[in-house]
Design a protein around this ligand. Structure first.
Ligand code: PLP
Ligand code: COI
Length: 339
């Protein structure tokens, strides 16, 4: 049972809840989901996840809603993306039904940890998949573990929906055009840590990566997709083989079209940043992070006001959060309610 959780001041960080779910793939089949309590694992010292990075994950949220219900935002999209990640890393994909069942069970068994409606918090679900068989030669695992843990989280940025400064990372690339940037491989995040750390030291909250092949096109931020709004009402987001297909971005594109914006998925030259009146970084954790400026070498691109998110980003943010919290009709059936 949670004791004294300050729902309104939660951070985006790990918190131990009552239990998590685990299923193992052995001898060619997925076993049943088991409810586990001990957050420590027993793992073979030669497991492929430890040596060769056979590990991928997802991140999605469930919301305590206005009508008292609890609903998960587009879990089937995350299930499918985990399948794509698994296939690329030669891992056993988790069937979509098993994934959804794990999400629902995690919420059911951790009901007391579900942030109440009106607190601005939500329940973050973190599914992970990793190879557990011992191999020292580079070889795919025969056995896999699928774990789904959950924890209540507050907004990703403490100050909330507030513009940040970004820089174009020129020293490091995030992903190669035919590499693994388009899947949620655990190793992608280790690869970005040094870059993020150096960016923070220079005073930038987030780093923007360019395409590794030509270094002339916008790819994405380290943990979120890029989108920009133009003065003539276009929602522009990169088309690239090395970016993660963000479910938040996909949803915002739908909402942007509803608002009458023309949605364009295309190459964006870094010099075209000058054409945007608003820029956002989007992802599950923060939904939208407004970006006030992007520094590229000695050039600084600025978008809107330093201390206030632009009108289109604000409208999109409110609409998506409104749907998630059940304040606005779920016209696209994105929310999967717990029965
Ligand atoms: N891009 C990267 C590299 C990410 O890690 C994430 C976070 O999941 C996103 C984009 C946003 O994706 P989504 O909206 O599905 O959370
Ligand atoms: C997101 O959910 O937006 C993320 O980027 C997940 C991150 C904490 C790895």
């Amino acid at each position: 049972m949670p004791k004294n959780v300050d729902w309104k001041n939660l951070e985006f960080q790990y918190m131990q809840t009552d239990s998590y779910l685990r299923a193992d793939y052995r001898e060619g089949t997925w076993g049943d989901l088991e409810l586990c309590k001990d957050p420590h694992l027993s793992l073979h010292i030669a497991a492929t996840c430890l040596h060769y990075g056979q590990s991928c994950f997802e991140g999605l949220k469930a919301f305590g809603r206005k009508d008292g219900s609890i609903a998960i935002f587009r879990p089937e999209e995350n299930a499918r993306r985990l399948i794509a990640s698994a296939k690329r890393l030669v891992m056993e994909p988790v069937p979509e039904e098993l994934f959804i069942e794990a999400c629902k069970k995690a919420l059911k068994y951790n009901r007391d940890w579900m942030p109440p409606y009106g607190t601005g918090a939500s329940m973050y679900l973190r599914p992970i998949l990793f190879g557990t068989s011992p191999h020292v030669g580079v070889h795919a695992s025969e056995e896999y573990a699928f774990i789904l843990l959950c924890m209540p989280v507050g907004p990703y940025y403490r100050d909330g929906f507030f513009p940040v400064k970004a820089m174009v990372q020129e020293k490091y690339d995030r992903a190669a055009p035919r590499g693994v940037g388009n899947i949620k491989a655990a190793g992608n995040y280790a690869a970005g840590m040094l870059s993020d750390m150096e960016g923070h030291e220079k005073g930038y909250s987030i780093c923007l990566y360019l395409d590794a092949a030509t270094r002339s096109l916008v790819d994405e931020f380290g943990t979120s997709n890029f989108f920009g709004i133009t003065a003539d009402n276009r929602y522009v987001t990169p088309e690239s083989t090395s970016i993660l297909r963000s479910i938040t971005n996909k949803s915002l594109q739908t909402l942007a079209a509803d608002f009458g914006l023309k949605v364009e998925r295309r190459n964006i030259k870094v010099t075209d940043l000058a054409n945007f009146t608003e820029v956002g970084a989007c992802g599950t954790a923060a939904v939208i992070t407004p970006v006030y400026s992007i520094t590229h070498g000695d050039k600084v691109y600025k978008f809107g006001k330093e201390k206030e998110a632009g009108p289109t980003l604000t409208k999109l943010y409110k609409e998506l959060q409104g749907i998630q919290y059940g304040e606005i009709a779920d016209r696209y059936k994105w929310m999967v309610k717990l029965v």
